[in-house]
Ligand binder design. Structure first.
Ligand code: FPP
Length: 271
């Protein structure tokens, strides 16, 4: 019987065939028990990509890809909460996305407004705390107000920390951090000789948020695309060919299983 190589990985003994149980699921169970860890990543960050390609493949306008993508955002937030992921960061609009046609930019702004307005009650009920990463002052006034309100009312929630990177750029974040640190030095609040990695981490938009353990990118591109440049230093990277509008809870679980198969050494040696 032909088995795909990923199912054979790490298998040594031949498997007995049992009636009613598939050989593949036995092998999957074996693989699971040999995982490097059972640990659920504390922080999962996702580059949601491929809405446009998904729409094109289905003969639909790009806006339909974004609309379908928004449904997946809702689903993945719920899945992350079920899986007890503590921090989920979603890259929804980069500082480079302003270069897109103005109709598409306006559509994405409206989509974000609609999603937040519609979801706020659910976020509150499900214990989700929303934070925004990026330059909020460059966003349209209505979106700023909706985002600000969503962050205020969910501040006390603790079940899932959801970061929405919207008008976010990793380099811009570093520039903003350098400006904050420089202002502190100039004002005499900070001695430049005391500046270390913690000072820089603490000046980023993600000051109170642990670094991502797992970085997921959909639609197959092998790029970081200006996302959390400082923070992904030791993140495990998982790329799937699935476009974001098809990214399901099962896909998220697959990414987590791949994470559990990795040996994280943080620059050291095996323990
Ligand atoms: C990437 O697909 C996706 C985006 C630029 C936007 C992400 C937006 C959503 C998932 C829906 C809205 C959600 C919120 C929270 C506003 P792409 O357009 O770059 O796809 P392509 O690379 O195939 O063209």
């Amino acid at each position: 019987m032909f088995l795909p190589p990923y199912l054979l990985k790490g298998t040594q003994a031949p498997f007995k065939k049992e009636r009613g149980k598939s050989r593949i699921s036995d092998q999957r169970r074996m693989l699971r028990s040999r995982r490097a860890s059972q640990e659920i990543p504390r922080h999962v960050a996702i580059i949601m990509d491929g809405n446009g390609r998904w729409a094109q493949r289905h003969g639909l306008p790009r806006s339909e890809g974004h609309r379908r993508g928004m449904k997946r955002v809702r689903e993945v937030i719920r899945a992350a909460s079920d899986l007890k992921i503590a921090y989920l960061t979603l890259y929804a609009f980069s500082s480079e996305n302003w270069k897109r046609p103005k109709e598409e930019v306006a559509f994405l702004m409206r989509t974000c407004e609609d999603m937040l307005s519609q979801e706020i009650a659910v976020l509150l009920k499900d214990g989700v705390r929303l934070r925004h990463l990026g330059r909020i002052d460059e966003l349209p006034e209505t979106l700023r107000r909706i985002l600000g309100n969503a962050m205020d009312v969910t501040r006390g929630n603790q079940r899932l920390n959801l970061q929405l990177a919207f008008n976010y750029g990793g380099r811009q974040e570093v520039v903003d951090a350098v400006r904050r640190i420089a202002a502190d030095v100039k004002a005499g609040r900070l001695d430049e000789k005391e500046i270390d990695e913690r000072t820089v981490s603490g000046a980023l938009y993600t000051a109170d948020i642990p670094d991502p353990d797992l970085l997921v990118r959909t639609s197959g591109e092998m790029r970081i695309s200006n996302f959390l440049l400082w923070q992904v230093c030791y993140a495990e990277i998982y790329v799937t060919k699935t476009c974001w509008p098809d990214f399901s809870k099962a896909e998220l679980e697959r990414a987590i299983r791949a994470f559990q198969d990795r040996q994280r050494r943080f620059g050291g040696l095996h323990g």
